[in-house]
Design a protein around this ligand. Structure first.
Ligand SMILES: CSCC[C@H](NC=O)C(=O)N[C@@H](CC(C)C)C(=O)N[C@@H](Cc1ccccc1)C(=O)O
Length: 670
């Protein structure tokens, strides 16, 4: 078959592995296989299984609906999982020996976490329990046959909506357990303070460790969760930490003599390194075992002998699996962990460790969505799945090229990647798209991105970078934008443009720029500072920091960590850093795009800028993605395609080469 560019339809053919769970004896891996269904325009999840030698690869639980969250029982004889069908979610358990599944209970909305007790007799999870909120004022009595408008929504919490979830009902997460022998779930925590989905069983099975911010009205305060331990017999809750700063992800050692967890001392910086701590089982004598690493770590998991803790961290745009002993001696195990999403090329990935030290992980690359890989205790690796061999064989994809340049601001080394269009010939001149990540404290890397690949397939050289502020380069690099965002990240990005132009194959008249969220902030900042780009697409930006910090879904967070004071205390600073302050300079034709239901960067941000551009006579267009929250591309597959298609259509309309009747980028995706 002829090699061809990636097409829109390919987004419905590509698949990705997620949440690999290796059996305790290391003999099998259950994982979640994700695919995009063209009929329903939804991402589907199904649990599959594969032997450690690659044999017996099959869907484990055919049947109605979708399955996810596979969790092995401690003896490996059973697998607990969650099934969702017709908007009902059930907790089910499969017995491997006979292949029979049984339903334990129906799970309420907001369920998170699922963990076996060490003796395999119980399962625990967290779920949301509603509570009464403030009442509306009294109105006349109504009878059932009357048809009145909905009553007033009365709110007293600062934080009452959350992107991806919508308006938050009153109530808290609580912990539940169920006995495998039968019976109803038992609610362990039942108070206004609540629990949290981030929990683990104690080694003796008599308690659960959990992380939660149990302060009254915690939604109004700076985030500060603590670790707690609840005794299952008495219901007594003991708080184990108390420093200022979040403490999360409690993980007791297999013999119960130590407790590991994640957290940091909160210095009110834009970025903090999340460190891995180890202490006694009651949290006493905590010490960081990753203090020297200068990276944020995640997903800690003990080795069976309690001598090592495995974890993930991002380094120079790639997610690594590493392990540390209790003295902080760190060994790198595996590179190229990859998330299962097809949107933009953010870092990510997941793994698990068996009792005998074999690791299952999701590993991919810039040209391959993640497969399941197995690593032996000696470090040998075996790829267990090849989910996309058939599709990838047809598609022309060259690996992302890593580039570096010195920032024109201060000479700082900045990293980025280039995707070349199919048929790229450096002897010709090419149009270029600069695509900018959000966060801003996050990182891009050489992971598979259908979004950016579709841009390259349309004939553009696509450049994406990790300017200052990005994670995976350490505390100092990220905090170079502390209270200074947007700032000299602008220079780093323009340095990327000049670096690419210096290579001789970029047409300077055909430069385009786009970015979403934090990347939308920087795109708008760029066009306020330069008219070098032929067109821009500003996606879900912050345009006006004053309106944003008071109207986003995290009003308790942004003004505290991203500014030195509140907007009414220093309005000039808020205005100085707002892209709206520069809109009078803009000459670049600019597309504006936002999810209609975005609560992180509310649509009013996008619409303010759209109005200002319009009023100033700058060519503009507003694209609203109906019902979409902030994560446009990873919510419905068609939204990813819409986002890219609208951006490319705009760039083509303002491409000087096209207007002059010259060569247009090939519209490979139309
Ligand atoms: C309490 S964390 C701060 C908000 C969060 N930052 C994550 O790094 C976030 O949502 N950032 C927005 C921009 C901000 C509201 C101005 C953002 O850029 N979102 C990213 C998504 C993202 C979130 C977390 C990690 C990576 C990416 C985007 O939509 O691309």
């Amino acid at each position: 078959q002829a090699i061809r560019p990636l097409s829109q339809e390919d987004v419905f053919r590509l698949e990705a592995a997620a949440d690999p769970q290796i059996a305790p004896d290391g003999g099998m891996v259950a994982y979640v296989r994700r695919s995009n269904d063209i009929a329903t325009d939804r991402t589907r999840s199904e649990i599959w299984i594969v032997g450690a030698d690659g044999s017996g690869h099959r869907q484990l639980l055919p049947g109605e609906g979708e399955t996810g969250s596979p969790r092995w029982s401690p003896d490996g004889a059973q697998l607990a999982y969650v099934r969702t069908h017709d908007e009902t979610t059930t907790l089910e358990v499969l017995t491997l020996a006979d292949g029979a599944s049984r339903t334990l209970t129906t799970l309420p909305a907001g369920q998170s976490g699922l963990a076996w007790s060490p003796d395999g007799t119980q399962l625990a999870w967290a779920a949301f329990r509603p509570a009464a909120g403030p009442a509306a004022a009294d109105l006349p009595e109504r009878t059932e046959d009357m048809d009145w408008a909905a009553g007033a929504q009365v709110e007293e919490r600062l934080s009452f909506r959350f992107d991806g979830a919508g308006e938050l009902p009153m109530g808290r997460q609580q912990l539940f357990v169920i006995d495998l022998a039968g019976g109803e779930p038992r609610q362990l925590t039942d108070d206004e303070a609540g629990a949290g989905g981030d929990f683990a069983w104690s080694a003796d099975g008599r308690a659960l460790y959990f992380s939660a911010d149990r302060r009254p009205d915690n939604g109004a305060l700076a985030p500060d969760s603590e670790l707690h331990r609840i005794d299952l017999a008495t219901g007594e809750i003991e708080t184990l930490t108390g420093r200022t700063g979040p403490d999360t992800t409690p993980r007791p050692s297999p013999d119960g003599t130590q407790l590991a967890w994640l957290g940091y001392d909160d210095h009110r910086m834009g970025y903090h390194n999340v460190e891995l701590y180890v202490a006694g089982p009651d949290g006493t004598g905590p010490r960081s075992v990753t203090a020297e690493l200068d990276r944020s770590v995640s997903a800690p998991q003990w080795s069976a002998d309690g001598r090592m803790i495995y974890f993930l961290y991002d380094d120079s745009g790639q997610t690594r699996l590493a392990r540390t002993n209790l003295e902080g001696h760190i060994e790198i195990g595996l590179d190229d962990l990859t998330p299962p999403t097809f949107g933009r090329p953010y870092t990510g990935g997941s793994f698990s460790v068996s009792m005998n030290g074999h690791v299952a992980a999701t590993v991919g690359s810039s040209i391959r969505p993640p497969d399941v890989i197995l690593m032996s205790p000696l470090g040998d690796t075996r790829v267990l799945t090849s989910l996309n061999e058939d599709v990838l064989a047809e598609i022309d994809l060259a690996p992302a090229e890593e580039i570096h340049w010195a920032s024109p601001h201060d000479g700082l080394d900045i990293e980025g990647w280039v995707l070349y269009p199919p048929g790229f010939d450096p002897a010709r001149e090419w149009p270029m798209i600069l695509e900018i990540h959000g966060g801003p404290f996050s990182a891009y890397g050489p992971t598979f991105s259908a979004e950016l690949r579709l841009m390259a397939a349309a004939g553009y050289v696509v450049v994406y970078t990790n300017p200052r502020g990005s994670t995976s380069y350490g505390y100092d690099f990220a905090n170079l934008i502390h209270h200074d965002y947007p700032g000299h990240d602008y220079d780093d990005l323009m340095g990327a443009v000049d670096h690419m132009i210096g290579r001789g194959f970029i047409d300077e008249d055909r430069l385009f720029v786009t970015g979403g969220s934090g990347g939308g902030v920087l795109t708008a900042w760029i066009i306020g500072n330069t008219d070098r780009f032929a067109a821009a697409a500003v996606v879900k930006p912050v345009i006006n920091w004053t309106s944003f910090v008071l109207y986003s879904d995290l009003p308790q967070f942004f003004y505290r960590y991203w500014f030195a004071s509140a907007p009414w205390e220093d309005p000039e600073e808020y205005w100085r850093r707002s892209p709206l302050s520069l809109v009078g300079n803009v000459e670049t034709p600019t597309l504006m795009m936002v999810g209609g239901a975005d609560l992180r960067t509310p649509r009013a941000e996008t619409e303010q800028y759209y109005s200002a551009l319009h009023l100033n006579g700058v060519p503009t267009r507003l694209v609203v993605i109906p019902d979409s929250y902030h994560g446009i591309s990873n919510s419905r597959p068609s939204r990813l395609l819409t986002k890219v298609a609208e951006i490319l259509r705009w760039f083509e309309e303002y491409d000087p080469a096209a207007q002059a009747g010259g060569s247009e980028p090939e519209a490979a995706n139309d």
